[in-house]
Design a protein around this ligand. Sequence first.
Ligand code: LLP
Length: 439
Amino acid sequence: MFFHGTARVNGQSHLEIGGMDTVELAKQFGTPVYVYDVALIRERARGFRQTFEELGVKSQVAYASKAFSSIAMIQLAEEEGLSLDVVSGGELYTALAAEFPVERIHFHGNNKSREELEMALHYGVGCIVVDNFDELELLKSVCENKNTKTKILLRVTPGIEAHTHDYILTGQEDSKFGFDLQNGQAEAALKQAISTPWLETLGIHCHIGSQIFETTGFILAAEKIFEKLSIWKKELAYEPAVLNLGGGFGIRYTDEDAPIAASKYVEEIISEVKKLAGSYQMEMPEIWIEPGRSLVGDAGTTLYKTGSRKDVPNVRHYLAVDGGMSDNIRPALYQAKYEAVLANRPLEKAEETVSIAGKCCESGDMLIWDLPLPKAEREDLLAVFCTGAYGYSMANNYNRIPRPPVVFVENGEARLVVKRESFEDLIRLDLPLQEKIKN
Ligand code: LLP
């Protein structure tokens, strides 16, 4: 079994994370529960930041908070000197509530509303990543009304296809995101932006997709961007101060995944960007990146209690847990694969192959197919690894299942950072059909 970060088997033969026995965590906080290995998040953040420092390249490493946004997580990002990518008023609100330095917040999204842009300007976010012509117009008018200037990046679509799941592919021409680089839209957007006194166009942004294991896609994107930049330098006298190459660095969910180290991604990309800048006789721009998954993904483990079994002779053993697609929709949505162990007896030999079912009323609610496990009993503890990114953030209340709590563990201490939702929380926003029902 592959253990991430500080996960190991302790003297009680239990799975331990951050120096905390997971069996004790389950007792204390209940199940399901998301457990985050804080030391591993710090290590990942430092991996990116230090590489830039060693290479002497000005940079910002912005945590893509869509991967997991909560006040404590954003405070941790701040402690590690990261910047922050937010994509909605809600993510921005969370960042503000965490008192994240507003000048290091970058505001993304393909359909920011007038209210969201007003909010961003009101609080003075560091940079707005403009996604389309409508937004460019809207932002101009919002700036004008508020008599405020703002810094922007233009998000471009370089027209390359990264090798990943279709739903998390974003760099190709047929995408809802960004100004197309090849068909002239990006250039038209740049002309508009630089002729607008309200907008300070810091540079160009591109994000080619997610869960990517090679640097080829990033390098191809950089090449395509520099081809255009060299033209824009000549024709528009425009040189970007910033090039944001997005996120998307892959992580190891199962042994089918072979990610490369953060340092390697950064070194290879920077070496190419330096070459490109040199060959086009351009200043080396500041490089920004936006990792989400690779900062928090493998730091998260979900603990579930096992429940009902269903054995279909000669077909399959179903083993159900007390969560499912309500706390991890990724298997149902992307056929994502995960590894898991029985956290209360991780060293025991596998005796059977089971498929882990969730408790939602939907056949597609399966967390893991064909997992080798020791013979599991009711109330064993199942630890599913690598649920730190897009787990809690995509959790939902299907079947009115309350969302699990989030616990940070580090150096033998556990801290509850998101409370478990209660049944009362579930009906908090409901209103009765008629007043009398309430009485
Ligand atoms: N920057 C931009 C503009 C993005 O759209 C994304 C992710 C990121 C950064 C961070 O990407 P990461 O480093 O986390 O791969 N829900 C899907 C992933 C959607 C990613 C959306 N954008 C999943 O669970 O796999």
